[in-house]
Design a protein around this ligand. Sequence first.
Ligand code: LRH
Length: 490
Amino acid sequence: RNTHNFFAFDLGATSGRSILGTISGDKVELKELTRFPNKIIRIHDKYYWDIFALFDELKNGLKTLSTLNIEIDAIGIDTWGVDFVYLGKDGTLLSQPRSYRDPYTNGVPEEYFKIVPKKEVYNLTGIQIMNFNSIFQLYAAKREGSVAINSANDLLFIPDALSYMLTGKKVCEYTIASTSQLLNPRTKNFEAKLFNAMGVDPSIIQPIVMPGEMIGYVMESVVKECGIGKIPVIAVAGHDTGSAIVAIPADNENFAYLSSGTWSLMGIEVKDPIINDDSYNMNFTNEGGVDETTRFLKNITGMWLLEQCRKEWESEGKSYTYSQIVEMSNSVQGFLSFIDPDDNSFANPESMLKAISAFCQKTKQKVPVSDAEFIRCIFDSLALKYRYVLECLKKIAPFPIEKLHVIGGGSKNNLLNQATANSIGIPVIAGPCEATALGNIMIQARGLGLVNSLEEVRTIIKNSVMPKIFVPQDTELWDAAYQNFIKQLK
Ligand code: LRH
């Protein structure tokens, strides 16, 4: 059989989708089966994801698949990073997973560093210090006296938890585990010391499996309920960014990437982790990738800023489409005010519009008035922050960076793509927008031995997608704006 079908379940922090991927010869094609929102739920000032509802969406996707009468070879699940669930001795979930946006980790890294110094944590893990990393969530839960953590027999990261609900098999997939800041990227093993320091037994973690390894088969009850076959579930890059980077249509290695969604993840692909004083001072991360690669990158707050504004506008009865947003941004003057997208005040504010206004006021800049001005301020600031991070990357990259591949949902934003090219002064290659699902599917195929290397994967991707190229324009104008922008960075 020259045609193979795969089912990808891809969960981002604001939406999820189930996708059918078909590989025929040297091409891959996608068909979206279902799409649904993913929401953070606030209860008593704690913030949760609803993993039961997400599992139901997984089953909905499989039920939709079954109506097509297409036989699939495998299933793969990827999600956002760092979050997890606890299981009791009896294998049941002890609580809904906390969301990384929960402020319970505020100030927790500083407390943890009193036990293991910050630099040692970074040297052991190579992971960008961020409040919400699993290590600090675990410590926060301990400090809260959480009954769930104290009764936990196992801990499963979100993609592993969903695979477990589907198959009954517990694993710890390597790429998602690398986001925890508990794993050593050199040994590719967990650092017991980092668990013990906070009184958490390292045995709550499952044995590590690598992307492409088989987890198990869909359980009989799901087979019956969804009307599907007994399909194997394969560990893909469980971390969405890990799957996305696999699907970059690159023709050589001299590129940087920007995986653009709720977050903007900007970095390079390297063989060995880069952990040194520069990477520590610039707070760059080394996440585990497929085929022994490392994603050396930085988390930048991305479309979260816009998504949160949109939510507020919607509650006022104004729902703008994406193309309206781009049009609005174009309709007003640029460079009026800049924000640092990564300022703490934007992490999870009650009102994003108020948080942006407060930032501009505090920094004595013009406060945006119209909705269009807010949008323009966000896009200008993102494009300029990309330049700032790219300049850091250029200092460290072991090769020249000749272009920026923008992938993910944000790559559909032509206005931001052009602004980014203008800001960074090198071409932007935009697409594919469904990079994560494509990567997820290609890793399943790799796991089944249908494709043999990352290079071969990328050749198939290149044969299947039509990226758009954006050449830098107005670079002098953007150079001047950059000088004003960097004044807003702390
Ligand atoms: C993007 C992402 C990112 C993580 C964040 C929590 O979806 O996986 O790589 O840092 O979510």
